[in-house]
Design a protein around this ligand. Sequence first.
Ligand code: ZN
Length: 132
Amino acid sequence: MSFVPSSARGGDHAPATSGVVSYRLARQRLVDAFARGARTTEELCDAQPELRRVAHSFGRSVAEPCPICDSDDLVTVSYAFGPGLPKSGRVLTNLKEMRNLATRGKPSTCYLVEVCRQCWWNHLRESYGVPG
Ligand SMILES: [Zn+2]
């Protein structure tokens, strides 16, 4: 199964068309629910196989611990969606690929997803539109 924005937790929100949309509040609500015992790791730590693969190969370390298991193996991965891009999104692995998005002449939407490589917690961090 390929990645789509809605496969990452929090991805059922409308994508950004301009500016940056932060998913920090939705994320915090889940983390609080976990702390209260209202959510389990089975519910929250369910990164799909493709997201796990991308997190292993291209994840960029985040200077904060996993909110669920407290490990320091929390990473972010970036995906771009839009006309002319693969239906399952393009994984952006470096700055050059991000710059290329902005000059390809077509709009796209980028999603930054955080993934814990220990417990497989995953959540959208932000999305933003790239005019192209
Ligand atoms: Zn974790």
